[in-house]
Design a protein around this ligand. Structure first.
Ligand SMILES: NC(=O)c1ccc[n+]([C@@H]2O[C@H](COP(=O)([O-])OP(=O)(O)OC[C@H]3O[C@@H](n4cnc5c(N)ncnc54)[C@H](OP(=O)(O)O)[C@@H]3O)[C@@H](O)[C@H]2O)c1
Length: 315
């Protein structure tokens, strides 16, 4: 192992962005089935500020101190005992469960894949927790098919931007919601119709879709039930939809919790291939350095913007 100490962001208690503390702490040691990765870039996911605020303290309490982050891209520095599938020096991306706002992490190999040269580290760090979530919701949960109509909420976000492109790639008709600031951006991703949610209530102009992808929850989720056609499906990434309500509308409704199966190497590779072929592109909202993690969280907490915020750990 190349280093004994590393810079990492630690959280000691629930609270605001100021709880993200940059400290020198011991490097993790890779266990069997893991790689020791020099982190180059990390995607900043909304779940990370929600966790930091304590929004999950009753259902998934944090063990303090912890290092936030999971969506990494970096270079393997070492591998755990018995590992032969990956080697030192390979550039990889995917998900780690051991904290990622750090110079190094130890990641499980089954949630990592080789990073294509054509993708930058920052681009590759937008895949886990964004593209992987969109793919799973559309194709595994909703079973989206060519020719179907789908309504995608928050289409300019880190999940939505991939969802729009995957749905178009599959041959679906895409209706997307975003503010007017993001209208042309969503169009450029291929959406057939964009609804400016600040001006139009989507349920007044959308009916009979086969699928809704809800990334907002609350009243957006409630109002979405009525636009799904009988026999269609609503997939929420935010909360459990009311099954009674769904039954009343004659639709299926489900919640993909963040504990949904982690991305496999296979899925990561499939998505990266589409990106290398130019069929799907990512968008980075803004990059910050590791010591600016609190600024990155403050920006993510606004709930607005375009694309994924990324911490660029190696410049
Ligand atoms: N369950 C899971 O497995 C899972 C996984 C990933 C994410 N999530 C959750 O899904 C949500 C979205 O994640 P993300 O990474 O895509 O977040 P994000 O990148 O922070 O999404 C921000 C986007 O939301 C849009 N937005 C805000 N309010 C809106 C509204 N009322 N109608 C339409 N669009 C609106 C914004 O568009 P404007 O700037 O145009 O307003 C912005 O582009 C988060 O709450 C996250 O925690 C869940």
């Amino acid at each position: 192992m190349s280093k004994l100490l590393m810079q990492a962001i630690q959280v000691y208690q629930y609270g605001g962005p100021e709880q993200l503390k940059l400290e020198a702490i011991p490097c993790p040691a890779p266990q069997a089935g893991e790689a020791f990765v020099r982190v180059h870039a990390v995607g900043v996911l909304p779940i990370e500020w929600k966790m930091r605020q304590g929004l999950f303290k009753d259902t998934r309490p944090a063990t303090f101190p912890y290092i936030p982050g999971s969506a990494i891209a970096g270079v393997i520095e070492d591998v755990g005992p018995g590992v032969t599938a990956f080697q030192k020096g390979q550039a990889v991306f995917g998900r780690t469960n051991n904290g990622a706002y750090a110079e190094y992490t130890a990641g499980a190999l089954e949630t990592l894949a080789l990073k294509p040269e054509k993708l930058s580290f920052a681009e590759a760090a937008t895949i886990s927790g964004g593209a992987t979530v969109a793919w799973t919701a559309l194709f595994e949960s909703a079973g989206l098919q060519a020719g179907q109509r789908i309504l995608i909420h928050a289409a300019a976000g880190g999940v939505g931007l991939f969802a729009v492109q995957f749905a178009k790639w599959k041959g679906a008709e895409v209706i997307a919601t975003a503010s007017s600031y993001n209208r042309e951006f969503i169009r450029s991703l291929g959406a057939d119709h964009v609804i400016d949610y600040t001006k139009t209530r989507f349920e007044e102009v959308v009916q009979d879709v086969d699928v809704v992808l809800d990334t907002l929850g609350g009243e957006t989720l409630q109002r979405s039930m009525q636009v799904v056609k009988r026999g269609g499906i609503l997939v929420s990434l935010l909360e459990k939809p009311s099954l009674q309500e769904a039954e009343r509308y004659g639709i299926r409704a489900m919640f993909n919790s963040p504990a949904f199966p982690f991305p496999s190497t296979n899925l990561l590779q499939t998505i990266a291939r589409l990106m290398v072929e130019g069929q799907v592109k990512t968008t980075i909202a803004q990059t910050f350095s590791l010591d600016e993690a609190s600024r990155a969280h403050a920006l993510s907490e606004t709930g607005h913007g375009r694309g994924r915020i990324v911490l660029q750990v190696v410049h």
